[in-house]
Every structure is written in structure tokens, then in C-alpha cells.
Ligand binder design. Structure first.
Ligand code: NAP
Length: 289
């Protein structure tokens, strides 16, 4: 249950880096497996294919909790209202369940606040059912809350056993914001393109031992850890077997000792980009169609 009473499935389906030509099939498979929440973003370039996947699965979009994100280049009051129009047109829906700001972008935080005020307007008009943020740390949350009215429903952050951001989780909890884990099985610690000095959390021996003890996979243990902590998690896969595997985490339980053993793996080292640093990609233009 989100802080405004809207309910959201604990486990959702992510599509970052899912090639557009594979996205519709992956979403269709996920919905047929039982997922009812999809997380995409304007910046992923596959919102259209997410909409296609929902239709292919024969579901009414109202049956799927649809989450997408406004990209930094669309920050601003009017620009963000327009970003909503672009997203809903591509997804083929009239309303979104959750719309979030993708980055805090502290180098232009006045526009971040203007963008969030546009989300508040869309919420008030019933065009979205909930609003939120992503990659916000405590100072970003404090500054946003001081300048706006609606408390974000979610804060989507990099969160897996090697980087669990306890201070951001505490800040979220203090404000009744649900923490949503991106890279919930540590994808960013092993998928290509994000730096060489990384240790794959999927190969962690402690997680491997817990998984063996339950006859489960390391990914299932990490997703179980996420939901058992009451967090939202949005694992991504384009592989039907792994899509099913990642959803099959509601029929076993980790002990308190196992949960603490996984909690103790936090290294405090971020694998993703630092949200405080502006990046060239922030200027990437999101096409109208
Ligand atoms: N807000 C943000 O800034 C932000 C940043 C990153 C991600 N996200 C969101 O969070 C979602 C999930 O994060 P993520 O995609 O970074 O990482 P992830 O879900 O932790 O991991 C995805 C990676 O793991 C592989 N995989 C999936 N299931 C597996 C399994 N059971 N066993 C072994 N490997 C498996 C996938 O490859 P295959 O496809 O080949 O299975 C892919 O390479 C994204 O898709 C996106 O929606 C948001």
C-alpha cells in the first residue's frame, strides 16, 4: 500500500536495457506468468513496446500497474505535463498508475521542483494515481519536501545486497515513502557497460550458500530478501525462464538470521552513476512519438 492508499504489487517487472524488439514479448511473458506491475521510463525508448506487450497479453491496461519516469530533459512545469502526454500516447493509455522523476538533477533543482509540481497537478486531475522520485538521497528529499506539497509515494534507488543505502531507506521511512529497489538482483554489478572493478553479487558465496539451503537460485534469495524487508523490487529479464524464476519467490521464507547475513554484505559502494553529478545524457531529447 502506497502512502496515498493506492496498492502496488510488491514485485514488478523492469525493462531497462531490454531492446525494443524484445520488450513486447518479455512484457507479454511476464504478464502471463503473473506479474501485474511494469516499470519503464521515457529514457529507455521502449514505452511503446511495453504498451504492445500488455495488449498482446490480452489484458486491459487497467489490470496492470504501469510505472514510468520523466527524463531530465523534460523537467519544467509545462515540459513535464507534455512528457506525460508523450508517455501515455506511446503506452496507449489515458492514465498512469505511477509517474516518477528519474533523477534529482541537483544542478538544475529549480526545474526538478517545477517538474514535481507538474506531477502534483496530474495527480490532482486524476491523470496519474501516484507520483514519486528516483535516485533521491536525503538532502534531495528534504529540499523537495520543503518546496512542494505531496510526499512522494516511492523513491526508486539502486538497492541490492552489495549496496543497500541504509540512510536513504531511513529517510524514505521517516516520510512514509516506499523504497523501490532498482537492480534488485545486482544487475548493475555484472551486466556489461558499467565499469570493470565490479564484483557480481549473483556470485556471492554467502548468498549462494543460503540459496543452496533452500534449493533456490541466488536471484530468488535476493528478491525474497527485498520483499521480506517490505521493499518494492523490479527485476528485469528478457529470458522466459528467468522471468518465471524471478516471480517464484512467494512460496518460501528466509530466516531472520539469513536476512541479517544478507544485510551484512552491504559495501557502501555505488555501482550506478552518482545522482549528484550531472551527465551529458541528461540532455537526451525524448521524442514525441
Ligand atoms: N531509476 C533508475 O535509475 C534505474 C536504474 C537501473 C534500473 N532501473 C529499473 O530497475 C529494473 C531492474 O534493474 P536492472 O535491470 O538494472 O537489474 P536487475 O534486474 O537486478 O538485473 C538484470 C540483469 O540480470 C539478468 N537476470 C535476470 N534474472 C536473472 C536470474 N534469475 N539469474 C541470473 N541473471 C538474471 C538479466 O539478464 P537477462 O535479461 O538475460 O535475463 C539482466 O542482465 C530495470 O529494468 C529498470 O526498470 C531503474
Amino acid at each position: 500500500m502506497l502512502n496515498n492508499g493506492v496498492s502496488m504489487p510488491a514485485l514488478g517487472f523492469g525493462v531497462f536495457q531490454s531492446p525494443p524488439e524484445e520488450t513486447a514479448a518479455a512484457v507479454e511473458t511476464a504478464l502471463k506468468v503473473g506479474y501485474r506491475h511494469v516499470d519503464t521510463a521515457a529514457a529507455y525508448g521502449n514505452e511503446r513496446q511495453v504498451g504492445e506487450g500488455i495488449r498482446r497479453a490480452g489484458l486491459d491496461p487497467a489490470e496492470v500497474f504501469l510505472e514510468t519516469k520523466v527524463w531530465v530533459s523534460d523537467y519544467g512545469y509545462d515540459q513535464t505535463l507534455h512528457a506525460f502526454e508523450k508517455a501515455t500516447r506511446k503506452l496507449g493509455v489515458d492514465r498512469l498508475d505511477l509517474l516518477i522523476l528519474h533523477q534529482p538533477a541537483p544542478d538544475r533543482f529549480d526545474r526538478t521542483i517545477a517538474a514535481y509540481r507538474a506531477l502534483e497537478k496530474l495527480l490532482a486531475d486524476g491523470r496519474v494515481r501516484a507520483i514519486g522520485v528516483s535516485n533521491f538521497r536525503r538532502p534531495h528529499l528534504d529540499e523537495l519536501l520543503a518546496a512542494t506539497t505531496v510526499v512522494p509515494a516511492v523513491n526508486q534507488i539502486e538497492l541490492h545486497p552489495y549496496f543497500s543505502q541504509p540512510d536513504v531507506q531511513r529517510a524514505d521511512a521517516e516520510h512514509g515513502i516506499l523504497t523501490q529497489a532498482w537492480s534488485p538482483i545486482g544487475g548493475i554489478t555484472f551486466y556489461p557497460g558499467w565499469g570493470e572493478e565490479r564484483r557480481s553479487v549473483l556470485e556471492d558465496p554467502a548468498i549462494g550458500a543460503i540459496a543452496a539451503g533452500h534449493g533456490r537460485s541466488p536471484a530468488q534469495v535476493m528478491l525474497r530478501w527485498q520483499v521480506q524487508h517490505g521493499r518494492s523490487a523490479i527485476p528485469k529479464s528478457t529470458n522466459p525462464g528467468r522471468i518465471l524464476e524471478n516471480f517464484s519467490v512467494f512460496d518460501f521464507e528466509l530466516t531472520a538470521e539469513e536476512m541479517s547475513r544478507i544485510d551484512a554484505l552491504d559495501t557502501g559502494v555505488r555501482n550506478g552513476p552518482d545522482p549528484d553529478i550531472a551527465r551529458e545524457v541528461f540532455e537526451m531529447v525524448i521524442p514525441d512519438a
